[in-house]
Design a binder for this molecule. Sequence first.
Ligand code: F6P
Length: 395
Amino acid sequence: MPDTPAPPPEILGDEPGSFPRSVLAERHPAIIRQVRDAFPYDPGVHRALDALLASCLEGVLEPLPADAHDGRLWRAWGLDDWSGRPWFDAPWLWSESYFYRRLLEAVGYFGPGPWQGIDPFRPSKLAELDAPETGEELAVLDRLEARPAEERAHALLHGSLWGNRADLGFRLSDADAEERAAVPALVADDSETLWSLLPAADNASSTVCIVADNAGRELIPDLLLAAHLLAHGRASRVVLYVKPYPYYVSDATPADVVDALRKLTGAPGAAAGYGRRLWAALADGTLTVRVHPFAAAPLPFERMPDDLRTEFAAATLTLVKGDLNYRRLVGDRRWPATTPFADVTAHFPGPVAALRTLKSEVVVGLSADTEAALDAAEGRRWRTGGTHALIQVRG
Ligand SMILES: O=P(O)(O)OC[C@H]1O[C@](O)(CO)[C@@H](O)[C@@H]1O
């Protein structure tokens, strides 16, 4: 058998001046401050947030309380290996995920008590849903209705890809802008393969799984895309995977799905029709919301449990959204950017497509020319700035 080369090292949070270290040392304390101000928490919560802040800045990873409902799960995910060690020493993916688990512990999310089940990020999620820009994006759906199905599909796929970073209106009014730019915003585009994996019309049964990322202005276009796939027979069933609890500030939970649907059904024009169709799809089971503990695990998808593996294996296609899910899909490692996407996603149990704006250093599947052009134009900024995106597919 040929030797399989060892994968490159995992990304840790320990390198001075690095992006991961700044997330641990600066962003996490800022998130604690933001959460502290979001609700009239009691002194016990303030003390727990003080302790978490001290632990983040100079302390070590503490174990979970002995009676934590998910203690066994976290031990299986490696807690005993990391507790007692500095946050910066653990794989970045591991320490970030654990931070959100500890933050929810500190604000009493897991209860019992008055703060049980209160999403500490809900005020910012709701503010985004209510922002005028959200309404403006939804209004574009009225114009989209008149366009041919193929053009609508393209716009909705790109709306889902770009989430809150570029609106559907931009995709509609200046569809060629990416191609004209010196370094295209889309650094890899397998969208033709993506569409080719779905049945052309409703003469076949096809399940599309969407592993969602953020709530609000990313989840709404994800739902619009789901509605389109169902309405045009590109999927006979869509399963939307969301997080079991608030995570990475804006990640979508079941409550956020409900908020997004209410936003759609309450909107004027075509958006309300999408909302009603999605509502009906949930009622008749053609759209399902799925929550699995592994969605908030600090591990790559390669280590997903068997029940999830079976679900994705049965899907016609799984769409994996966003930067964090990309890191989990390809492995949060120092891959050369030209590593083939198909190689690093060979572990995934079925056809898979990544839709991601680039917000962390990990990237694979680029041509050498694309990488060189990006480096020449932007140094390393293109990797983390969120200004570039990719659609990568393994059929
Ligand atoms: O919402 P997304 O696209 O998953 O992005 C989250 C990303 O943001 C970060 O928190 C920092 O950029 C990364 O750790 C993470 O990959």
